[in-house]
Design a protein. Sequence first.
Length: 310
Amino acid sequence: MRAVESVRSQTLNNFELLVVDDGSTDHGAEIVASLSDPRICVIRRANGGPSAARNEGVRLAQYKWVAFLDADDEWRPTFLSQVAEFIQCFPSAAVVFTNSHYERRGCPMCSLALRTGLVPDYFEAVVENGMPIGNSSSVVARRQSLMEIGGFPEAVRCMEDVDTWGRLALVGPVGYIDEVLAVYHYDAGGAMATLQSRDPLYPAFARTFEQWRAEGRVPASLADSGADYVNQILLLYARKWLGRGRKLRALKVLLTECRLRDKTRVLYWETLFGCVMPKFLPGRYWVKRKLLPGSEEVMRQLNRGLDPEN
């Protein structure tokens, strides 16, 4: 109910709230349906995963712009009003991110000095930040743009949202609001934690980017930064295998999938050292760098072989 109440508490109250019940068993849909609020519509469907649920909401949405809010997260009261003002100022954007508060770490998700406006290069910004500049609950996307790229990939079970934001960044300008307007709550016992306990899944956007580049759909201005971004997520994929003690698997990913590129050079060498040094002790050795400014905990996580987000 935290997520729903944060929407109902918005200073901009002209909205529709589509609550997609994706086969849940916690009776949350019944509680929401009992609210006397004509702006709320509960949609019940068999469990199909987060992408299918989001696509259903996008398909049924009546407005030109759609925002996403995961059940564990919440919006600050001015989220919708500030996004609406941004869209009026920058109507060409295909997707808009706001900064979000990562409750588990007690810090903003984006630590870059990005000004409010259109992001010059989305992929460059993500590489520099070391992680996405926002999470699913801090994103508002143009409905038509989502339809054009085919929506969320329903066959993908991990980082499907990251793949979607990447495809949106390839088809239109990315907007950013330099203010924390959403709160990301990490549920240690939730679906993300379950995924993290399993073997790593190959990052979907790596395949998407290569396919789009082969088809000539990657703008020339984003070709290099997009390749840097793909290299980063593949290096983090290799580090996940390191985190599970699978050094040979990590080394295979590193040598066959990753490249030694300037923007991700330090991460490459750290990963290589972790694969080949017999007495490498993740967490005790790292090259001092500022991958995520002001976030030493994320630094430690990276050096344990863990992707800070997935």
